[in-house]
Design a protein around this ligand. Structure first.
Ligand SMILES: NC(=O)c1ccc[n+]([C@@H]2O[C@H](COP(=O)([O-])OP(=O)(O)OC[C@H]3O[C@@H](n4cnc5c(N)ncnc54)[C@H](O)[C@@H]3O)[C@@H](O)[C@H]2O)c1
Length: 451
């Protein structure tokens, strides 16, 4: 039976929006049509509008961000995708729900407890649904660990040890723009680690009950730069990146140029501010302890200035342990021109992998992934991870497929995340931020989220 594609709206047409726009023009055009959109910067709408012109498709109708309700009703939207900065999510999600649409919101669901309560109230009042997109669940290596734990091979989970290293390309990028202010992003505990906290909730099928956190800004920011004697820093990277691995030159990359540099006169959004600036309010080193309702515990750490990028997770169980090690980029290398050898529009691009056989033979950190199972009284064995497609460790392509086809949550690995999953993921960061402020552990029930 042929049914008409669903009608979509989009709020926030920056970098992440490109994936959803591309999907509605390309692979998922049979089930989803993007008919309306809104952004505070008309230049970014112009940028993406060219993709519709090139595909000979009608461009979505533009609405001011103050007119979300009219956008939903006039355009009879089935769904609204929210890809604006984190601090705006609660407002746009609630308004779209109350105006009569279902919502797909990029992680994080929101940045604080008020945001959770606001979205929950709007869902209850409207009867509409919210999906938070957790693409990391879909990458084959993470799905493989979920399958392994679910098989019972390590018995009942007793504890998790999880370390995430963001390198001086990807990690540094959170200190250049809106993410660098806690009020905008909730800091890396919300903006970045909500991915990781969601993975653990999902891997071990547990809900967080108590959180303790410690950390600070110890590498980026003006004070650290002064303490290390870094000297005068440029206000922005464009024009400086040739000799400075911490600077990003927007003119070197077509996407950065078109989406940010060429349109910054409209709103003053500078995408390339210096990572050693004054006034940064987020942390770059974080440690978190989490207790779960199953009795398991997690020790988690995040570092945002590592020389390599990837993660290690160990899951201990009553029958043995599972260990997943992922090296996404084994090193950040500097080319002959003094510039970092990474595709700036894709912070996950990999100069080490690209170098192939010519890579330095002394490199001890080849890119790759390895899942090990070791049961008590047995030798360790490697568990095969199937190949993935697309970016984010193969996560994005599967996510889009489930999302646009509205796959139900009874999918065997339960990868489709609903509102409750979005809340559970962000609740760890909300509690951890409160713990950073007070120096004390924070219980989930004391967050009073109403969910
Ligand atoms: N799942 C993932 O792996 C992933 C990756 C990247 C980003 N994200 C999420 O996507 C969202 C957007 O991130 P991004 O990297 O695309 O940021 P971005 O800065 O590139 O894009 C944000 C867009 O929102 C617009 N905007 C700013 N203020 C607005 C407002 N008040 N109302 C409406 N629009 C506004 C900006 O003009 C810009 O076009 C964030 O919530 C981020 O966490 C998720």
């Amino acid at each position: 039976m042929n049914t008409a594609p669903e009608r979509y709206g989009l709020i926030g047409t920056g970098s992440r929006a490109g994936m959803y726009i591309g999907a509605t023009i390309g692979d998922h055009a049979d089930v989803a049509t993007l008919v309306a959109w809104a952004d505070t910067n008309p230049g970014r709408l112009d940028y993406y509008e060219r993709q519709f012109t090139d595909a000979a498709l009608p461009a979505p109708t533009r609405y001011p961000v103050t007119d979300i309700e009219r956008m939903v009703t006039e355009q009879k939207l089935d769904r609204v995708v929210v890809t604006s900065p984190d601090f705006t999510h609660a407002e746009y999600v609630s308004r779209a729900l109350l105006a009569g649409a279902d919502v797909v919101v990029e992680k994080p669901l929101t940045t604080d407890a008020d945001g959770v309560r606001r979205i929950h109230a709007a869902m209850q009042e409207s009867g509409h649904d919210v999906i938070t997109t957790f693409n990391y669940r879909y990458s084959p290596r993470n799905s493989s660990l979920k399958r392994l734990i679910g098989s019972g091979a390590i018995g009942q989970v007793t504890s998790v040890h999880f370390e995430w290293a963001l390198d001086t390309v990807h990690g540094a990028d959170y200190f250049r723009r809106w993410h660098r202010y806690k009020a905008n992003s909730g800091g890396l505990l919300i903006h970045k680690a909500s991915h990781h906290f969601d993975l653990v909730n999902w891997w071990i099928d547990a809900a967080p009950v108590r959180v303790f956190a410690s950390g600070g800004l110890r590498f980026y920011g003006a004070e650290n730069a002064r303490a290390r004697g870094l000297g005068e820093r440029p206000e922005r990277g464009t024009g400086h990146a040739d000799h400075d691995p911490f600077s990003l030159d927007l003119s070197h990359d077509a996407v950065h140029k078109g989406l940010y540099l060429d349109v910054e006169q409209n709103d003053g959004y500078l995408r390339d501010r210096d990572v050693f600036d004054e006034g940064i309010t987020i942390e770059d080193n974080l440690a978190v302890l989490v207790d779960y309702d199953t009795g398991a515990t997690m020790s988690y750490s995040l570092n945002a200035h590592s020389p390599w990028e990837g993660y290690r997770v160990t899951v201990n169980g009553t029958e043995g342990r599972a260990e997943l090690e992922v090296i996404e980029r084994g090193a950040v290398l500097i080319g002959d021109d003094g510039r970092v050898v990474v595709d700036p529009s894709n912070p996950n691009s990999n100069p080490v992998a690209a170098a192939g056989d010519e890579r330095d033979r002394t490199d001890l950190r080849p890119n790759g992934e390895r899942l090990i199972l070791q049961r008590h009284w047995e030798a360790a064995q490697e568990i095969e991870i199937p190949d993935g497609i697309g970016s984010h460790g193969g996560g994005d392509a599967y996510l889009l497929d489930h999302l646009f086809h509205r796959t139900q949550v009874d999918e065997p690995l339960h990868r489709v995340a609903g509102f409750a999953d979005g809340v559970r993921a962000v609740s760890v960061g909300i509690a951890a931020n409160r713990s950073l402020e007070t120096g004390a552990p924070v219980r989930y029930i004391d967050l009073d989220l109403g969910v």
